[in-house]
Design a protein around this ligand. Structure first.
Ligand code: ADP
Ligand code: MG
Length: 411
C-alpha cells in the first residue's frame, strides 16, 4: 500500500472520535477483549478491558447507544461455550458500574432486536465474533449484518488492526461515519512517532524466542538507525546470533537455519555505524523449569556442554545494555532477554526493564511477553508507551499499513 500508518500526516487524515455526532445513535465499537481466563472461566487479567474504558465512557457520556464487539481466543468459527464473552461482560459491568446486555449470538434477529431496544448510554456486548466463520474470512454477508446493527463505527482494537477481518475492515467499509477510538489513536501516535520521527541516539532492544519471527522487523528498524544508535540483542534470539559467530550453543533454543540472516543483520547495522551488542555473558541451566547451573563469559571459542542451555543474559551484558539505554533519546523494546517465566532466568529481563524505566528518552515497548514482564515488575508507569498489540505493533514498526487503520481513512 502507498500510505504509511504512521506520522502526523497520517493521523491528521484520520477522522476524530470527538467530531462524531453520537447522541442517541447506535455506535459499534470494535474492542479488544481477548483477555486471559482462569480455568473457572473468570477473567484473569482485565488490562485489555480497562484499556478500552476511556473510549466506552466518552461515548456513553455523549449519549451513544453502545454495541461492543470483540473476539476471545480461537473458537475457529464455531460456538464454543468456554469462550463465551459472558465473563468479560460481567467484568465490564463491574468496572463501569452499569448493566451490560449480552445477547447469546453475534448477529441475528434476537441481536438486532436487543440493539434496536437499546437506549442512549446503554451497552450491548455482542457474543464472541469468532464464533462466526465470517469474522476471520471477512465474509461480506457477515460484515453487512454487523454493519446493519449500527449507525457509526469506532475501532479501538489496536491488537487486531493488522488482521483484515470482518469487524476490522468489512464493517468500516460499509459504515460511512467512523473513527479510531482513544486507545487506537494513542497507539498510532506513539508508534507513529517512533517510525516517522526517530530521535537519536535511538536504541532498539530485541529479544524473545526466534530470529525468524522478527527478522523483517530487525531489518526495517536498521534502515532507520544512524551512526551512534544501538541494537541490543538478547533472549533466545541472541543464541542464534552467537551461533552465527561460531559460539557452540549446546542445547540452547536457537535456529540453525538462520545463521546467515543473523550475519546479514549485523553487516547491515555495522555498515550504518550502529553499535550491535550481543551478550558478553550468559546464565545457563540444564532444565527450563530448573535453576541456574553457572554463568559464563562469552568468548569467540566458547562452547556450552551438549545439554546446557543459555536461558538469560548475564550481569555484564545487563550493565552494557543499561549504559546504552541510559543514553537513548528514543527506545523501542520487543522481546524478553531470557526465559523470564522462570525466576532463575528473569534477572536479565528485569535489569533491562529497570533501565528502560529509568531512561529519560521516549520509550516504547511492544510485544506480549515483554509487556507482561514490565507489568509484572510494576514498571509500566515509567515507560512512555506500552503497546497493547504484539503483532500489530511490530507491523507498525516495520512501516506497514495496518488494514484496520487504512479502513478508517475517508475515501
Ligand atoms: P514477545 O511476546 O515479547 O514478542 P516472544 O514471543 O518473541 O516475545 O518471546 C518470548 C518467549 O521467549 C518467552 O516465552 C521467553 O521465555 C522465551 N525466551 C526468551 N529467551 C529465551 C531463552 N534464552 N531460552 C528459551 N526461551 C527464551
Ligand atoms: Mg510472545
Amino acid at each position: 500500500m502507498i500510505q504509511s500508518t504512521s506520522g502526523d500526516g497520517f493521523l491528521a487524515a484520520l477522522p476524530q472520535l470527538s467530531s462524531l455526532d453520537v447522541n442517541n445513535r447506535r455506535v459499534l465499537v470494535r474492542v479488544d477483549f481477548n483477555v486471559p481466563l482462569r480455568p473457572d472461566g473468570t477473567v484473569r487479567d482485565d488490562t485489555r478491558i480497562r484499556a478500552a474504558l476511556p473510549t466506552i465512557k466518552a461515548l456513553r457520556d455523549r449519549g451513544a447507544r453502545l454495541i461492543l464487539a470483540s473476539h476471545l481466543g480461537r473458537p475457529k468459527g464455531a460456538v464454543t461455550p468456554e469462550l463465551t464473552l459472558e465473563p468479560v461482560g460481567a467484568k465490564l459491568a463491574e468496572l463501569l458500574e452499569c448493566e451490560v446486555r449480552l445477547p447469546d449470538e453475534v448477529v441475528g434477529d434476537a441481536v438486532r432486536k436487543l440493539v434496536l431496544d437499546t437506549r442512549a448510554g446503554q451497552i450491548v456486548l455482542l457474543e464472541n465474533l469468532r464464533f462466526h466463520p465470517g469474522e476471520k474470512a471477512n465474509d461480506p454477508e457477515f460484515a453487512a449484518a454487523l454493519a446493519n446493527l449500527c449507525d457509526l463505527y469506532v475501532n479501538d482494537a489496536f491488537g487486531t488492526c493488522h488482521r483484515a477481518h470482518a469487524s476490522v475492515v468489512g464493517v468500516p467499509e460499509r459504515v460511512h461515519e467512523r473513527a479510531p477510538g482513544l486507545l487506537l489513536e494513542r497507539e498510532l501516535k506513539a508508534l507513529g512517532r517512533v517510525v516517522q520521527n526517530p530521535e537519536h541516539p535511538f536504541v532498539a532492544v530485541v529479544g524473545g524466542a526466534k530470529v525468524s519471527d522478527k527478522l523483517t522487523v530487525l531489518l526495517a528498524v536498521i534502515q532507520r538507525l544512524k551512526q551512534g544508535d544501538s541494537l541490543l540483542i538478547g533472549g533466545a534470539m541472541a543464541n542464534t546470533f552467537l551461533a552465527a559467530q561460531g559460539v557452540k550453543v549446546g542445547a540452547s533454543l536457537h535456529e540453525g537455519d538462520r545463521l546467515s540472516d543473523c550475519r546479514t543483520v549485523i553487516r547491515r547495522a555495522e555498515a550504518r555505524g550502529v553499535n550491535v551488542e550481543l551478550p558478553v555473558d550468559l546464565r545457563l541451566g540444564a532444565d527450563l523449569k530448573g535453576s541456574l547451573s553457572r554463568t559464563i563469559v562469552v568468548e569467540p571459542d566458547t562452547a556450552l556442554d551438549a545439554d546446557e542451555m543459555a536461558l538469560d543474559i548475564g550481569p555484564d551484558t545487563v550493565g552494557r545494555f543499561a549504559s546504552r539505554i541510559r543514553a537513548a533519546k528514543m527506545l523501542f523494546w520487543n522481546g524478553p532477554m531470557g526465559l523470564f517465566e522462570n525466576p532463575a532466568f528473569a534477572r536479565g529481563t528485569l535489569g533491562v526493564a529497570e533501565a528502560v524505566a529509568a531512561c529519560p528518552g521516549f520509550t516504547v515497548i511492544g510485544g506480549g511477553d515483554s509487556v507482561a514482564a514490565v507489568r509484572e515488575n510494576g514498571l509500566a508507569e515509567r515507560v512512555d508507551h506500552i503497546s497493547t498489540g504484539g503483532g500489530a505493533s511490530l507491523e507498525m514498526i516495520e512501516g506497514k499499513t495496518l488494514p484496520g487503520v487504512a479502513a478508517l481513512l475517508s475515501r
